[in-house]
Design a protein around this ligand. Structure first.
Ligand code: C6P
Length: 407
């Protein structure tokens, strides 16, 4: 492990070097979306300037180059999450589309009336609503693993929820609100003992924790490029080959077919069966560059830096009177949700902005979790590899000023 040079890393991100309301920008909303290093911006620019053509469809040189760049990105993702096969990597718009894809496809081949789907009380709406659609469509039922006061899943209750009717467990790897890193190895082991597949929502984990899908043995792992220093509009569904083979296509259109006749259509091989229409070529190439960037820094170095930030920020924030942290599990990513006694989170967020501090306030697309903790909203600081202890000091000083203002 090596100590990262954060000053050097910050120089890679052009956006970070700006003033907001006459203060240096302190960007602490990385769970929402991360900023992009120059190498990612450059890869996408280069693509448009030199290699843009539609992929998989033409024989001319430009199209072949574009196809090559796109497929190279698939190989990068395969290695990044250690998938067994490159055709287990499906490109989608993002985590939301990815979970919708799996839910919808499974609803047409694997889930029937009376079946059960297990999720948890800390899921993002993207890992709740698609399963509600499935329940409405098939007559299946949603079961929810409760969350303890410190923000952990109750594994005993989880085990008790599983039975012969359970068709899938869909859980977030790490919570976007609490920061909790779930014990996914254990969850997968327990579910697999009963032959139940497990889908992991990796949106908050993939840029902050090492992910090895073969070692985990998860059935699906889904994530968005824009939360891992890549562009918006791109994401990945990793699915085990056997599931991708078993599932029908999600959307119909160009690229996903083998042969179309009016009586019958046959489908393309994996992964193209799930990639209907023109793909987001520049986005996927940008994602490939983001993977290169993360690997160049080294995931274990990133984890170490972000864990230091988390520990420092937790210590400093706890010193603020009337501040309550929501989510105090022992294993967390660099996400801290909190409330300030007597001040609405939205007022805190707006006031912090006047000091150049960007945090997210609101329900974070996890309304059931807000209800669980009896709060309408929280203030959330979430860290990326370019954040510093000095920025956390600015957050803390600004919060003290906000408190004084609202007294
Ligand atoms: N969470 C946040 O501020 P998309 O929008 O498809 O890229 O990602 C959706 C999503 C799915 N799962 C989890 C755990 C997430 O955190 C998110 C996105 C952002 O927390 C925006 S609501």
């Amino acid at each position: 492990m090596k100590k990262l040079n954060i000053t050097k890393i910050r120089a890679d991100f052009p956006l970070l070097h700006q003033q907001v309301h006459n203060h240096p920008l302190v960007y602490l909303d990385n769970s929402n979306t991360t900023q992009k290093p120059q190498s990612v911006i450059q890869a996408m620019n280069d693509y448009y300037e030199h290699d843009n053509a539609n992929i998989h469809r033409s024989v001319y040189n430009l199209s072949e180059r574009a196809t090559q760049l796109f497929e190279n990105a698939r190989d990068k993702i395969k290695h990044f999450i250690n998938a067994k096969h490159r055709h287990e990597i499906v490109f989608v718009k993002g985590t939301t589309e990815g979970i919708n894809l799996v839910a919808d496809c499974l609803s047409r081949c694997h889930i029937n009336a009376g079946d059960e789907i297990v999720i948890s009380a800390m899921e993002h709406h993207s890992n709740i609503v698609p399963w509600q659609f499935v329940c409405e469509k098939t007559g299946a039922h949603l079961k929810v693993i409760p969350v303890s006061e410190n923000g952990e899943l109750d594994l005993q209750k989880f085990t008790d929820l599983l039975n012969e009717k359970t068709r899938i467990v869909a859980i977030t790897h790490a919570s976007n609100v609490l920061g909790t890193i779930n014990p996914i190895e254990k969850i997968i082991e327990i579910a697999h003992e009963k032959n139940i597949p497990v889908l992991l929502d990796g949106a908050q984990a993939v840029a902050h924790l090492p992910v090895d899908v073969q070692k985990l043995d998860c059935d699906f792992y889904i994530f968005s490029a824009h939360k891992m220093y890549g562009p918006t509009g791109t994401g990945v569904v990793y699915g085990k080959e056997k599931w991708l083979h078993a599932m029908p296509p999600y959307q119909g259109g160009g690229s996903m077919i083998q042969q179309v006749t009016f009586p019958k259509t046959t489908y393309a091989d994996l992964p193209y069966k799930f990639e209907a229409g023109t793909s987001n070529m520049a986005g996927v190439i940008g994602l490939g560059a983001a993977v290169d960037y993360i690997q160049h820094l080294g995931m274990e170095n990133i984890v170490s830096h972000e864990q230091d930030l988390l520990a420092y920020a937790t210590r400093q924030l706890q010193k603020i009177p009337g501040l309550r942290i929501i989510g105090t599990a022992p294993e967390k990513i660099g996400v801290i949700s909190f409330i300030l006694e007597g001040i609405h989170p939205h007022d805190v967020g707006t006031a912090l902005d006047t000091y150049g501090v960007a945090v997210r306030v609101g329900h974070h697309c996890a309304m059931p979790l807000m209800e669980r903790f009896g709060v309408p909203a929280t203030i959330r600081a979430s860290f990326g590899v370019y954040n510093t202890e000095e920025e956390i000091d600015v957050l803390v000083e600004s919060l003290l000023k906000v408190q004084a203002l609202f007294k």
